[in-house]
Design a protein around this ligand. Structure first.
Ligand SMILES: [Zn+2]
Length: 47
């Protein structure tokens, strides 16, 4: 049985600046798996 609503795993969507690719990960992926561009956490507003 899978718990799809768990809050324990802090997965967040990261969006690529370059191509707009969105990757969901628990940790910052660092760079886009598609184009190698910079990723940002979509839950964190840019300053
Ligand atoms: Zn990209």
């Amino acid at each position: 049985m899978r718990d799809l609503t768990t809050d324990l795993e802090e997965e967040s969507p990261y969006e690529c600046f370059e191509c707009g690719n969105i990757t969901v990960a628990e940790e910052h992926p660092g760079s886009c798996p598609d184009c190698g561009g910079a990723m940002r956490n979509r839950r964190t507003p840019l300053e």
